[in-house]
Write a protein that binds this ligand. Sequence first.
Ligand SMILES: Cc1cc2nc3c(=O)[nH]c(=O)nc-3n(C[C@H](O)[C@H](O)[C@H](O)COP(=O)(O)OP(=O)(O)OC[C@H]3O[C@@H](n4cnc5c(N)ncnc54)[C@H](O)[C@@H]3O)c2cc1C
Length: 357
Amino acid sequence: MIAIIGGGPGGLTLARILHVHSIESVVYERDAGPDARTQGSMLDLHTDTGQAALRAAGLEQEFLAVARREGQDFRMLDHTGTLLLREDTPDDAPMLRPEIDRADLRDLLLASLPDGTVRWGSAFTHADGRLLHFADGTTAPYDLLVGADGANSRVRPLLTGTEPSYEGKVIVHSSIRDADRRQPELAEMVGRGNYWVFGPDRMLGAQRNGNGVIQVSISMRTAADVDPAAVTDLPGEWAPQFRRLLDACDEPFAVRPTYLLPIGLQWPRRSGVTLLGDAAHLMPSHGEGANQAMRDGLELAEAIAAHPGDSDAALEEYEQAMYARTAAVAKRSAEVAEMMSPPDAAQKVLRFFGAVE
Ligand SMILES: Cc1cc2nc3c(=O)[nH]c(=O)nc-3n(C[C@H](O)[C@H](O)[C@H](O)COP(=O)(O)OP(=O)(O)OC[C@H]3O[C@@H](n4cnc5c(N)ncnc54)[C@H](O)[C@@H]3O)c2cc1C
């Protein structure tokens, strides 16, 4: 039996594409059920990774039905409120990076799996020989174990002692519900897609979700245990509309410190165990993590299907290709993270978009 720990984008994509190849798997997910927690912001799925995986999963039409072309809209400002760049997506623009709500993506993948594939409320703790152990005391056997359990993977220690380290940056976030009705001016200001404001020491971001929610976040280099008020308390030179945006948020701000695995992490090959997604290659969150996790799911499923009864050959093929692909992407993401770092991020980003010399 193939056991997948974690029902995020990577684990569910793997289970779905295995199913397309008539290969059974079980996804053990820690959440108590599909609605146990909100799924957060939008993801832009790229043609060669996230979208390629959905094509192989036979879910392209379902994806296009819920994807938001206008989510590709983009406004960039500096902290004084000066508009630096604005891109509105024409109605006939190609769907190169359409946005999808995380919750919609999860629903779409869940609906495509046979009943009972996902075992909710199954928090994996450790494996002992070929037996999985869960926090509620239950156990289950496996032949092939895939750790798709994200940044703080409990499967990863079976393969490597390497742990993620603090990137030195926090994301402080909250959201505004039903924004068009309750905060029409702010909703108009943010627009239909992404809204970035660069300041001398922090960056404010807002993003429209499909369900009328605006996600609001500030990223800043500081200590992991910072008081969120120290981040949301904008210095005096910030224009007042940005304070209004923060004041309109419905929930108290939460702090998410960001962690990274070393670029190019590999582990000694071990029979019957592997990793995918953030568990394998946690990188700066610049639009690649979910895409790479889904591409991992696609490539691992196809390697398993190509080597029936020989999971070692499948893992060898999958891991070598995954190491090379994701190391290159993680290096690029680190360069983007550097570009987006204050104090001169706005100029660097404008140069990147070809908007200034
Ligand atoms: C603020 C932010 C914005 C981002 N924006 C983007 C973006 O626009 N585009 C993009 O491609 N990526 C983006 N990312 C990155 C992306 O969210 C991750 O890379 C992606 O979710 C990784 O998918 P995954 O399936 O590997 O892991 P996860 O999505 O982390 O899923 C892991 C699953 O495993 C479960 N789990 C964890 N531990 C256990 C356990 N012990 N037992 C059982 N289940 C367990 C969890 O409940 C979860 O459901 C962003 C990240 C952040 C933080």
